[in-house]
Design a protein around this ligand. Structure first.
Ligand SMILES: NC(=O)c1ccc[n+]([C@@H]2O[C@H](COP(=O)([O-])OP(=O)(O)OC[C@H]3O[C@@H](n4cnc5c(N)ncnc54)[C@H](O)[C@@H]3O)[C@@H](O)[C@H]2O)c1
Ligand SMILES: CC(C)[C@H](C(=O)O)[C@@H](O)C(=O)O
Ligand SMILES: [Mg+2]
Length: 358
């Protein structure tokens, strides 16, 4: 198996180094793995003037899977929009056709005290958010900033984006979500804003059409504002959630705090053939970058998802996840999940501990 390793910016290289340690330990144990590193995001801009250098895209296309850290940072905020690190990330998702983004939010029992909610509200939490990843207002055309006539006379700048979903885009992610719900609790909640948006009206109609193929799955619908509230009020009502690109982006960051920290949530971004890119849901965390403070568990758990979804090696996926469970049970915590009575460790110490537990 060939893995393209794209550390990116900020804490990206620090957290990816820990996941690579885990993969190297598996290789030392007999796994046939090849890893090659390439720059993306701000690092891609610095190296080649492009947030997604051609060589990086080629490597990612040739690899069986991609492991990504995070991109972006304040030093790049002054660049023109096409050169911003985030454009590199969006482009690689689009180029590889990674339309289904799986973001599991679950609570390790020992982290109940780190959750933003009371232990009884989150104990046993296990939600899967299926976020559509290559459509929506992120990619819809037209988009831009231009000068237009102002209603009060003269002219002014307007910024505009287009929220757009075709039925085929909704249908393919719906099939992924129903398939996942079938293997989980057979409850799928489709989240949209169909009371306001035509785009969401179509989304909901297509979800209902696709649900006919999955009679065992109970489909429900919820407006995104209510869903945000329900996630905080009573998150265990959800089993699998399917939603569009921007709603899924926002809801998954919110859901991460039910698990204790955004540093705990991994993700898999899949195409139609289970080729995948694996990355934590968080960003480059410029506020803690370069200080060996970041939580690497979301990235290590993303490597476990790589084994589960792309390599179809469930035993190794379980093995990585069990190693993470073990270090948490041992009381090791990076700062973001630290609570009284547990032992604070650095990013690299956490990586070492997972390797030892493996
Ligand atoms: N997938 C990605 O590459 C990705 C995702 C989100 C944001 N970004 C980019 O990252 C940059 C910073 O964005 P932001 O500050 O809004 O979001 P962020 O997720 O980087 O950070 C938000 C907060 O969470 C903390 N945090 C994040 N990951 C952590 C970890 N592993 N361990 C401990 N704490 C962690 C940070 O320190 C910060 O306080 C921006 O340029 C943004 O565009 C990239
Ligand atoms: C950096 C940004 C483009 C990205 C997104 O919005 O998809 C990030 O927030 C994420 O969740 O992966
Ligand atoms: Mg996000």
């Amino acid at each position: 198996m060939k893995i393209a390793v794209l550390p990116g910016d900020g804490i990206g290289p620090e957290i990816v180094a820990q996941a690579v340690k885990v993969l190297e330990a598996l290789r030392a144990d007999g796994a046939k793995l090849e890893m090659e590193t390439a720059p993306i995001g701000g690092a891609g801009y610095d190296a080649a003037g492009d947030p997604l250098p051609e060589a990086t895209l080629t490597l990612a296309r040739e690899a069986d899977a991609v492991l990504l850290g995070a991109v972006g940072g304040p030093q790049y905020d002054t660049l023109d929009r096409p050169l911003r690190p985030e454009r590199g990330l969006l482009r690689i998702r689009k180029e590889l056709n990674l339309f289904a983004n799986l973001r599991p939010a679950l609570l390790y029992p020992e982290l109940a005290g780190a959750s933003s909610l009371k232990p009884e509200v989150v104990s046993g939490l296990d939600i899967m958010i299926v976020r559509e990843l290559t459509g929506d207002v992120y990619f819809g055309q037209p988009r831009g900033i231009e000068v237009r006539p102002s209603p009060t006379g003269g002219s002014e700048r307007v910024g505009f984006n287009t929220m757009l979903y075709s039925e085929s885009e909704v249908r393919r992610v719906a099939h992924v979500a129903f398939g996942i719900a079938m293997k989980r609790g057979r409850k799928l909640c489709s989240v949209e804003k169909a009371n306001v948006l035509e785009c969401s009206e179509l989304w909901k109609e297509v979800m209902i059409e696709v649900s006919k193929d999955y009679p065992e799955v109970e489909l429900s619908h919820m407006y995104v504002d209510n869903a945000a509230m329900q996630l905080i009020r009573a998150p265990k009502q959800f089993d699998t959630i399917v939603t569009g690109n921007i709603f899924g982006d926002i809801l998954s960051d919110a859901a991460s705090m039910l698990s204790g920290s955004i540093g705990m949530l991994p993700s898999a971004s899949l195409d139609a053939h289970d080729k995948g890119m694996y990355e934590p849901i968080h960003g480059s965390a410029p506020d803690i970058a370069g200080r060996n403070l970041a939580n690497p568990l979301a990235t290590i758990l993303s490597a476990a998802m790589m084994y589960r979804y792309t390599f179809a090696d469930l035993a190794t996926a379980d093995r990585i996840e069990n190693a993470v469970k073990k270090v948490i049970a041992q009381g090791l915590r990076t700062g973001d999940i630290w609570t009284e009575g547990t032992r604070k460790v650095s990013c690299s110490e956490m990586g070492d501990a997972v390797v030892a537990a493996l």
